[in-house]
Write a protein that binds this ligand. Structure first.
Ligand SMILES: CC(C)(COP(=O)(O)OP(=O)(O)OC[C@H]1O[C@@H](n2cnc3c(N)ncnc32)[C@H](O)[C@@H]1O)[C@@H](O)C(=O)NCCC(=O)NCCS
Ligand SMILES: Nc1ncnc2c1ncn2[C@@H]1O[C@H](COP(=O)(O)OP(=O)(O)OP(=O)(O)O)[C@@H](O)[C@H]1O
Length: 262
């Protein structure tokens, strides 16, 4: 299985790129969606966050007022770190189970869209890593337009993440999304070819089909060579018992019986 990392800065265009992947049939695990799920009313994440931030951050229906919590954490680094610490275990395990589900379905190439891929050190699990880069002026403008927030609020949100220029240096692939949608789509087509090239042996081994292939190969090898294997084990067993050191004798006899059963 190939786990492609997709990251960038806030409003740099990650969701826009991940929608293009989805449009081509590549499954995407969206960390923002996972983060929403783990903050739903009554969940473990919700309980921890309410205990730490108080009931003032709740709406009338008991759900978290995301805009309110956003205002708090994006203007106070200590509170943001607290929120990150509280939610990180839930988000990581949510992402893990999404990957397991896709593995069980047999997906060979998947995309992890994680805004804080480097900050949360999840880049260790992904290869290649795509960074959606954008120039600072366009990023600020797009963020203000999309979220309807002031320049100051937008700057706070941008500064809450690792600098996009630094993320760019850690990328295997960079998509520059400072231009038009058409320019971005042209780059995407090339990136798509690159990330969907045939799996390496290691990636194949990590996929469900690779694991099934390994199990079937072992069973077939045992079936084909069972006489040779049994004979070898019997000779070894005999030699061990003659030399008096036969602590593993029972285990070997069981193995011989198992091979015979097969
Ligand atoms: C603070 C919250 C409630 C604000 O919710 P809101 O609906 O306004 O924003 P949304 O969740 O859609 O996030 C928008 C973008 O903000 C950025 N962002 C979100 N959380 C963080 C954070 N803790 N640090 C830096 N940037 C963040 C990301 O680029 C994200 O794509 C929410 O972002 C949240 O719960 N954040 C903590 C969980 C988290 O770390 N999410 C990122 C997933 S890796
Ligand atoms: N090439 C482009 N030209 C014009 N607008 C764009 C382009 N790419 C993305 N946008 C717009 O910019 C905004 C931010 O894009 P998007 O939501 O994909 O960013 P994001 O990186 O997923 O943001 P976040 O970190 O908040 O999840 C959106 O309103 C989107 O429609």
């Amino acid at each position: 299985m190939r786990i492609v990392g997709l990251t960038g800065g806030i409003a740099s265009g990650k969701s826009t790129v991940s929608n293009l992947f989805k449009g081509k049939g590549i499954p995407v695990v969206d960390a923002d969606l996972v983060a929403r799920e783990v903050l739903r009313k009554g969940t473990g994440g919700w309980k921890r966050v309410v205990a730490a931030f108080g009931e003032d951050i709740l709406l009338g229906n008991g759900e978290v007022d995301r805009a309110r919590l956003g205002q708090i954490v994006f203007s106070d680094p200590a509170k943001r770190q607290l929120l990150n610490r509280l939610l990180a275990p839930f988000i990581s395990s949510g992402i893990f189970w999404e990957i397991v589900k896709l593995w069980m379905k047999g997906s060979e190439v998947i995309v992890l869209d994680v805004p804080l891929l480097f900050e949360a050190k999840m880049d260790r699990w992904t290869k290649p890593i795509i960074v959606v880069w954008i120039n600072p002026e366009t990023q600020l403008q797009r963020l203000m337009n999309r979220d309807g927030i002031s320049e100051e609020q937008a700057i706070n949100r941008i500064n809450a993440q690792m600098a996009l220029d630094l993320k760019r240096t850690k990328a295997d692939i960079v998509i520059d999304n400072s231009g038009t949608m058409e320019e971005m789509k042209e780059q995407f087509e090339k990136v798509f070819v690159q990330v969907t090239r045939p799996l390496t042996w290691k990636e194949f081994g990590m996929s469900r089909n690779g694991a099934l292939w390994a199990i079937v190969s072992i069973v077939v090898a045992v079936l084909v060579y069972r006489n040779t294997l049994t004979a070898a084990l019997m000779v070894y067993s005999h030699k061990s018992s003659q030399s008096g050191g036969d602590s593993g004798g029972n285990r070997r006899n069981k193995l011989i019986s198992l091979i015979y059963l097969l």
